[in-house]
Ligand binder design. Sequence first.
Ligand SMILES: NC(=O)c1ccc[n+]([C@@H]2O[C@H](COP(=O)([O-])OP(=O)(O)OC[C@H]3O[C@@H](n4cnc5c(N)ncnc54)[C@H](OP(=O)(O)O)[C@@H]3O)[C@@H](O)[C@H]2O)c1
Length: 347
Amino acid sequence: MSRPVRVAILGATGAVGKAMIETLLRRKFPFTTLKLLASARSAGQVVHIQGVPYTVEEATPESFADIDVALFSAGGDISLRFAKEAVARGALVIDNTSAYRMDKSVPLIVPEVNADAFSTHQGIIANPNCSTIQMVVALAPLHRRYHIRRIVVSTYQAASGAGERAIEELRETSRAILDGRAPEPSLLPVAKLKNHYPLGFNVIPQIDVFEENGFTKEEMKMVRETHKILGDESIAVTPTAVRVPVVYGHSEAVYIETELPFVVDDVRTLLRDAKGVTLQDDPTRQEYPQPYFAAGHFDVFVGRIRRDLYAENGLNLWIVSDNILKGAAYNAVQIAELWLRQEGITA
Ligand SMILES: NC(=O)c1ccc[n+]([C@@H]2O[C@H](COP(=O)([O-])OP(=O)(O)OC[C@H]3O[C@@H](n4cnc5c(N)ncnc54)[C@H](OP(=O)(O)O)[C@@H]3O)[C@@H](O)[C@H]2O)c1
């Protein structure tokens, strides 16, 4: 069956929004109209997509009146302002921000893991945090087979996770240090806080603000969202989220403990066969995932798989993925593809 498929992207001029446009094209998403929305700052800007000019419009509630699927990626407060307005006008909202992720009435979906939650939506579906997405894609098959009791994860997160301006700040601070000038950061780790640190030639163990328990908001997202997506609040998750001077691609050193025993080669087979995972795990050939090579790809790359030295049911893994693609734009488009399937629309 074919019918018009009207898509809007809110935040179309941002790091994730641009990747959403690219991903819709790469996936041959069958949109018949595409509306690019941003703030008044970018309204009037012309973007050429496959040779066709599209003019960026300032988002208003009425922007969503004739839209089937709206991909939101303009920040949490903008989602809070527009998501319900868009739903009221008949659009399905796929929200890439943290605004609705922990709302009990909003499914939080990673299609490889819990696509079945799609049918429970009431107009809004949330796209999880980038670090959580890549971790659960790799861990869900292991949880199903061996039941994970504990996860200890340290992230190595790219600048692009903090938006276009953070990429620029990484470049600027690196350039200043290479030139022997004092770097002048004004954005990272958190724009609204007093102290800013250079990301060039540095590693910053703070992503987002601190909560009262000493963990950052980014770290607590990894705890709460993992529980919601895997449907299991009993998993003990201990995250440390760190920003590193990489432009694209988050990496994660992950240690898990399982209830059931495993054979390491079986874990490899399970991951080799897992949807959305590419296994890169051959120490004899120095094969392991790296963000430099994962950038631009949709999959989650897993390697450095080894049993722990001290805990029989302990396993170490290294998980890498493009934070802008699987961590944001591609996961959102995959959710939109679930909608296509529900509507019986083929490309
Ligand atoms: N980067 C990631 O890895 C990642 C991953 C997952 C989720 N996210 C989330 O996705 C959102 C966007 O991230 P990003 O990295 O793409 O940020 P970004 O590069 O800073 O882009 C922000 C976008 O939002 C638009 N915008 C800002 N204020 C607006 C307003 N008042 N009305 C309408 N549009 C407005 C901007 O438009 P103008 O051009 O008009 O300013 C721009 O298109 C954030 O909530 C972020 O947490 C990011």
